[in-house]
Ligand binder design. Structure first.
Ligand code: CA
Ligand code: ZN
Length: 302
């Protein structure tokens, strides 16, 4: 199988990136990812502000997928996420939802044993996910730092980006140029204090190019539904963009007027918070499979 080590990283998704490996549509690849601190935090007594913040959120890649052209979709199935045996979470004063209330920095290191961590005597089950995954942005969007989620993906911090899920990205550049990192052993929707349980991982992906299909935002599919993952400068803008794309998709795929699709979205679609702590905020609009299958959605897109 194709294999990419964690020493090949980017800190910005750029329209023109040099790929470090190329693979074919229909192949799998094992990708090693670093934690979001680039493993700079190893001890609980470490001073958080002393780490190099220019080396935050390394994403392993870029991976060129042969045959992917602008105007296609890159389908990425997450077959396995194996996390390391130790992860880090932190409170950084001045960050997160309660930035004004959190005064004392904390670093916590958790060992993972048989799929659980010990939090002050409580056994909590891990639930691994990928924080940063994306492709090269379009020329108009320009450079997107790996801290920021946007139309190319990036720091979406979406709990449903996990083992068994399938992602669909708009291909903006030849070869798509996929990169990923910032895995979390655990994270709650919102990621309220600014970090998940940050951890290095080995991720096995299967990729496929879907020719001549257009989406404006990444899509995540799980066995229950199809999620449009949209981001914005604030949560209201993210909600607007995600709802707009979802309603347009419902209208097109189910052959409804805009207003009928809008109404259907109101009675059958769920908006869920992904994260509220990154430079842009992220939501997902969840269209259940009992309403329409992901396969039909992708097939009907143009
Ligand atoms: Ca993140
Ligand atoms: Zn993270």
């Amino acid at each position: 199988m194709n294999h990419l080590g964690g020493d090949k990283v980017i800190f910005t998704f750029k329209p023109n990136m040099e790929p470090v490996i190329s693979i074919n549509s229909g192949e799998s690849i094992l990708v090693e990812t670093n934690d979001c601190f680039y493993q700079q935090i190893q001890r609980e007594d470490q001073v958080l502000m002393e780490i190099d913040f220019d080396r935050i959120n390394p994403a392993t890649g870029p991976i060129q997928v042969n045959g992917a052209e602008k105007g296609d979709i890159l389908k990425v199935r997450i077959d396995k996420i194996d996390v390391a045996d130790k992860g880090t979470a932190a409170v950084v004063p001045g960050h997160g939802v309660l930035a004004d209330l959190a005064k004392v920095p904390i670093v916590k290191i958790f060992n993972i044993e048989d799929g659980y961590i010990d939090f002050n005597g409580m056994k909590l089950p891990i639930n691994p996910m990928i924080g940063v995954i994306g492709v090269a942005p379009s020329d108009q969007e320009g450079d997107c730092p790996t801290q920021t989620p946007w139309k190319h993906g990036g720091n979406m911090d979406t709990t449903d980006i996990r083992e068994g899920s399938t992602l669909y990205f708009p291909v903006n550049q030849k070869g798509a140029l996929l990169a990923l990192g910032d895995c979390h052993a655990m994270m709650g929707d919102g990621e309220v204090c600014f970090t998940g349980l940050e951890i290095p991982a080995k991720v096995r992906l299967y990729v496929e190019v879907i020719k001549n299909k257009h989406i404006n935002w990444p899509i995540v599919e799980n066995n229950l539904g199809t999620m449009i993952v949209a981001s914005g400068d604030d949560i209201d803008k993210a909600i607007y963009s995600g709802t707009e794309e979802a309603v347009r998709i419902l209208s097109k795929v189910l052959d409804l007027s805009f207003e009928e699709a809008y109404l259907l979205g109101s009675i059958a679609m769920d908006l869920k918070i992904s994260q509220v702590v990154d430079p842009k905020k992220t939501i997902r609009a969840f269209i259940p499979k009992w309403l329409v299958d992901t396969e039909k959605i992708i097939e009907k897109l143009y």
